[in-house]
Design a protein around this ligand. Structure first.
Ligand SMILES: Cc1cc2nc3c(=O)[nH]c(=O)nc-3n(C[C@H](O)[C@H](O)[C@H](O)COP(=O)(O)OP(=O)(O)OC[C@H]3O[C@@H](n4cnc5c(N)ncnc54)[C@H](O)[C@@H]3O)c2cc1C
Length: 294
């Protein structure tokens, strides 16, 4: 027993776990690293939870594979595993986002699947996985389906994951041509900081101009969001300080943040513009195509 009336269910494999989840679905929550769930239960929320399904040891959920530009990440791999994997070293947006989460303790316990299933608007792994076009696999005892990571959250703390489903894997393709990616997060301090605003970028260039651009922001809307206005503005354009300034303006109007204990809506809009323009400038610099002020 955990706490007053919570029972731990310890499956021997994924199949067993899915069977247990089907049986206890309405009263049961999967437990991965516990960094969100235990805090929630201790706070008195999650009263409906009578069973915790411990998935933290299931071998089927631990893959970290890169094969022919296809990446497959099991849902219980930790933030630290993502941040330190040599296989993922070149996918800067994902590596930097994982590196920015919490503290070493949180990164060693917190998992990819938990970050997505918890669906905080500020969750750091959403923006990079959105710009990488990642898909999440959701499995239940009776079915298996894929959902774009972008379409997983339905609002703060809620997702399309059904009570009898486990998020088992996340998959994406690495772009086949040279690409530049990055992640920037503004918090109230340098470590153990939840994002006030965050942004992830993947960009390719052709003939000195932005070609394909995918940009997503976190903590500035009820769910992490693609910034299509900025993408459309910069694609096909030559990088320049004026373009970055315009992109900052579009980003700050395109996002729709709230004011809360961490920051005001106005501040969040402002810093969103700042981090978006910095990411675009940094990608252009790395690609060697930035034009300076004339
Ligand atoms: C001090 C502190 C600092 C933090 N800092 C950050 C930060 O900087 N950035 C950030 O993004 N987050 C941060 N977090 C939040 C948290 O650490 C992450 O969201 C973490 O990734 C959650 O993963 P977990 O494995 O611990 O999830 P758990 O707590 O085990 O689960 C979270 C939720 O997801 C469900 N769940 C878990 N795995 C699955 C699955 N495979 N399928 C279906 N449902 C599942 C659980 O039932 C639960 O509802 C912080 C938390 C703390 C306590």
């Amino acid at each position: 027993m955990i706490g007053k009336k919570i029972e731990a269910l310890i499956p021997c494999d994924l199949e067993d776990g899915l069977t247990l989840l089907q049986k206890y679905a309405s009263d049961c929550a999967p437990l991965a690293g516990g960094t969100d769930l235990v805090v929630l239960l201790k706070s008195g929320l999650g009263r409906h939870v009578k069973y915790l399904l411990d998935i933290s040891h299931l071998a089927e959920l631990t893959s970290l594979e890169v094969e022919c530009l296809h990446v497959r990440l099991g849902s219980i791999i930790t933030h630290n595993a993502i941040a330190t994997s040599q296989l993922l070293e070149d996918i800067a947006c994902l590596r930097l986002a994982a590196e920015s989460i919490g503290s070493p303790q949180i990164r060693n316990m917190g998992t990819l699947g938990g970050n997505l299933a918890n669906a905080s608007p500020a969750a750091d792994l959403y923006p990079p996985l959105i710009v990488l076009g990642a898909r999440a696999t959701l499995q239940s005892h009776r079915s298996r389906r894929e959902v774009l990571v972008e379409d997983l959250p339905t609002g703060p703390g809620s997702t399309v994951i059904q009570p009898d489903e486990i998020l088992t894997d996340v998959d994406f393709e690495i772009p086949s041509q040279p690409f530049y990616s990055g992640y920037l997060k503004i918090g109230l301090r340098n470590s153990l900081a939840i994002s006030v605003a965050s942004a992830a970028l993947v960009a390719t260039f052709a003939n000195g101009r932005f070609e394909e651009v995918r940009l997503a922001c976190g903590a500035v809307a009820p769910t992490a969001m693609r910034m299509k206005g900025v993408e459309n503005l910069v694609m096909g354009e030559q990088p320049s300080p004026e373009l970055f300034r315009e992109a900052a303006h579009v980003a700050s109007t395109e996002c729709d943040p709230i004011s809360d204990i961490r920051a005001s809506r106005r501040y969040r809009r402002h810093v969103t513009g700042v981090i978006v323009s910095r990411l675009l400038a940094e990608a252009s610099r790395l690609a060697g195509v930035e034009r300076g002020d004339d």
